[in-house]
Ligand binder design. Structure first.
Ligand code: ATP
Length: 733
């Protein structure tokens, strides 16, 4: 897991930018419920009126209100408004002390409203409260104005008011402020501006909500953009690192991991990490900000319903804990199953020809089906588990809403809460629950991506067993070049119980051909592979001009060698690009000459595009023999000092084999040639023949010498040459 964060750490600047943007996004997200609450409570229920102090008031109403205030408050109110205009309208000064005025106006507003309501009820002859009109307000204001003429009227009203207020219970006193707004609404109604005031409030608040939403959209797009870029860069870097490491691997490491697994690690595993990085960037920073912000908003509201959030979060965490326990082991298993599927499909696809030839399609299909079904079952299980989470999640969320509505309804009944407040509370609760949900989703994904990251890291951290020495030795500048010597070499494949080669010693000299012959599986290719260091010897040493191959750089070693593998491998491109594979120094003339020696010119010139003919991936559009000839030409074009042919003439017909070796002899006059061969005719004229048997050197000499002294060689010779040929050989001696 830390590996994923380490990857993100490399892009810290972008990550910080994402966090900053997410804070903005969370701020917007957390502000929106407040705006909804304002629109419902103030905009709709209170007609867009935010304060018990009207912005404009008619002199008659203000006069009536002032009568209900203490003398000080009345003076404050009077000063706060402009002088009456021609219509008797007074406007609130912008620099008035709003807090003090709100204090002064609240109770008189309520009293005046109640008086107007009473007036309305009396007029209608009703016993219940009747919603008063502007007419009722004016009537009450006129009555008050008349009453105020009497001496001591204000004092009398004040004392009545105080008595009345003392009888109000606490909850009513708490909601005085919203009651006071009713008077302001009535006053605006009388002025004929109530609709305009409400619309202006709704448009203003709605506009702010819209602006916040647009900002959120912009931020979300920016976050998505940066997160995708960062994760794509992480994916690219990881692929590059893995590829670089794998290219440096020796066969031992490749065999240890298996090609299929290396491919899964470079593709599927890196994709997992990439995906989780996007999620981390988009959710992990956002969820805590949203959760904490939501909790702070809810706590500041003092609604008494906070416990519902704790219940919801606890239920959610319990659910996630159960699911994680069930699904997590399967998540971990999935990668191994993907590996297996890749391995099976790779094997089947590369071996499709023999599979068809042996009519094994059904068997192989079943094998593939098994790997496929195993993966499907595991995926189905994890997906089902994750899907099962959804109804439970919805249940928890809806249950939470229900609890809030139930208890919120009671709070509203008691006047502790308004509708908008409750809506905001539900939204905040959902946000808090969502933030926990996001975190738990990440908690589910992280371990799986952690496994993928570990698998990638394992590749990157595995050093190649074959590497350049710290202080490489150069080949001696003078003396003969190209002397390959094996000094008591033994070799055992990693993980194997037996030595593939035992105590091999010989010297291959420049200008000479050294041939290695022996039965299948006796270790010929293994021996040859020790020279280019595809593997390192277990005991003894391999030297070139007296320098151990392990003491020189691999680049220098490979510069000396022209290696032709047992299985001709070509690369997609053209014939020329394949022939020039050995380096930029190879000219067209070199390539053509090499093709000539390798007896490839004939078939190349038969192609319409000649040397520019395309070669498909792996050389699948040329025959086995043509592939071999091109592989040989590729090695010759490099002009190496030492040629290594690993059974490279096997796919050539006898005539071509002879012509090729003759041309090669002329060209490689001074080079060291080591040939692994199955056919005795190929090695007949070699200066030195090594006979291998089960990894041991059982004969060394020329054909004639070995025919005399080596029973293993004689056996091979007898099995391949006719009696006549054997006699001819004898006579030739
Ligand atoms: N990568 C490997 N891991 C373990 N054992 C191996 C590996 N490659 C080859 N061997 C074993 O080493 C022995 C020698 O194999 P090698 O390929 O050198 O034989 P060879 O003489 O070249 O055979 P052929 O003529 O059929 O190509 C064999 O017994 C083989 O099973």
């Amino acid at each position: 897991m830390t590996k994923i964060f380490k990857q993100l750490g490399r892009h810290w600047a972008a990550c910080l930018a994402v966090v900053a943007l997410l804070i903005v996004q969370a701020y917007c997200d957390l502000s929106l419920p407040d705006y909804t609450s304002k629109i419902v409570d103030t905009g709709i229920q209170q007609g867009g009126i935010e304060s018990p102090v009207p912005d404009t008031v008619r002199s008659t109403t203000l006069q009536a209100l002032e009568l209900l205030m203490s003398e000080n408050d009345a003076a404050l109110a009077d000063e706060a408004y402009t002088d009456p205009d021609a219509d008797g309208m007074r406007t609130l000064n912008p620099d008035a002390d709003t807090a003090a005025l709100e204090n002064a106006f609240t109770t008189p507003d309520v009293v005046l409203y109640m008086a107007a309501a009473k007036n309305a009820a009396t007029a209608a002859g009703a016993t219940d409260t009747v919603v008063p009109t502007a007419y009722d307000l004016d009537a009450v204001a006129t009555q008050l104005a008349a009453a105020s003429q009497a001496p001591g009227a204000r004092e009398m009203l004040q004392s009545q008011l105080t008595d009345g207020l003392a009888q109000l219970d606490e909850t009513v006193a708490d909601s005085l402020s919203s009651q006071a707004m009713l008077l302001v609404a009535l006053e605006y109604d009388a002025q004929g501006i109530a609709h305009d005031v409400q619309m202006s409030y709704l448009l203003r608040t709605g506009g702010q909500m819209l602006a916040l939403t647009l900002l959120m959209v912009a931020v979300a797009v920016a976050v998505g953009f940066i997160a995708s870029r960062v994760s794509a860069a992480i994916g690219r870097d990881l692929r590059r690192d893995v590829f670089r490491t794998v290219v440096g691997y020796s066969n031992a490491e490749i065999e240890k991991f298996s090609t299929a697994s290396l491919i899964t690690r470079t593709t599927n595993d890196i994709q997992q990490v990439q995906f989780v990085c996007v999620i981390l960037l988009r959710m992990v920073a956002y969820a805590p900000i949203l959760g904490i912000g939501g909790i702070m908003h809810v706590a500041s509201g003092n609604t008494g319903l906070e416990w519902i959030i704790f219940v919801a979060v606890a239920a959610l965490l319990a659910l996630i804990a159960v699911l994680m326990n069930v699904a997590m082991p399967k998540f971990k298993q999935m990668q191994v199953l993907v590996d297996r599927l890749n391995l099976v499909s790779r094997e089947i696809l590369t071996g499709i020809m023999p599979i068809r030839a042996f009519s094994r399609e059904e068997f192989e299909e079943k094998r593939f089906d098994r790997a496929n079904t195993d993966l499907m079952k595991t995926q189905l299980f994890t997906n089902r588990t994750m899907v099962a989470m959804m109804p439970f999640m919805t249940l928890i969320m809806n249950g939470t809403s229900l609890l809030i509505v139930w208890f919120g309804g009671k709070a509203m009944d008691l006047g502790n809460m308004q509708v908008g407040e409750m809506i905001a509370f539900i939204t905040y609760t959902m946000q808090i629950v969502m933030s926990f949900l996001m975190l738990s989703m990440v908690a589910v994904m992280l371990p799986r991506a952690g496994v993928a990251a570990d698998r990638i890291d394992e590749v990157i951290k595995t050093p190649s067993t074959i590497h350049d020495p710290d202080a490489p030795k150069a080949l001696p500048a003078d003396g003969t070049h190209g002397v390959v010597a094996f000094h008591d070499v033994s070799f055992r494949y990693p993980g194997s119980d037996e030595d593939a080669l035992e105590h091999i010693s010989f010297t291959a000299r420049p200008g000479e051909t050294t041939a290695i012959i022996g039965s299948t599986g006796c270790g010929k290719s293994t021996l040859l592979n020790l020279i280019p260091r595809f593997y390192d010897v277990t005991e003894g040493s391999v030297t070139i001009d007296g320098v151990d191959v392990r003491d020189m750089t691999q680049a220098q070693l490979h510069d000396e060698l022209g290696y032709v593998p047992q299985k001709g491998v070509l690369f997609s491109g053209t014939i020329t690009s394949n022939l020039k594979f050995g380096g930029d120094h190879i000219t067209d003339a070199d390539a053509e000459q090499a093709a000539e020696i390798a007896q490839a010119t004939e078939f190349i010139s038969a192609k319409p595009e000649g040397f520019d003919s395309p070669i498909a991936q792996g050389g699948s559009n040329v025959s086995g023999g043509q592939k071999q000839r091109l592989s040989i030409a590729r090695a010759i074009a490099k002009h190496p000092q030492i040629y290594l042919f690993d059974d490279s003439f096997s796919a050539l017909d006898y005539k071509t084999d002879v012509a090729l070796r003759r041309a090669l002899k002329a060209k490689t006059d001074n080079a060291t040639v080591i040939i692994v061969a199955q056919r005795i005719s190929t090695v007949l004229h070699a200066n030195q023949i090594l006979v291998l048997d089960e990894g041991r050197l059982v004969g060394k000499g020329t054909h004639a010498q070995l025919m005399e002294s080596c029973p293993a060689y004689q056996e091979i010779a007898r099995s391949q040459l006719s009696q006549k040929e054997l006699n001819l050989q004898k006579e030739g001696e």
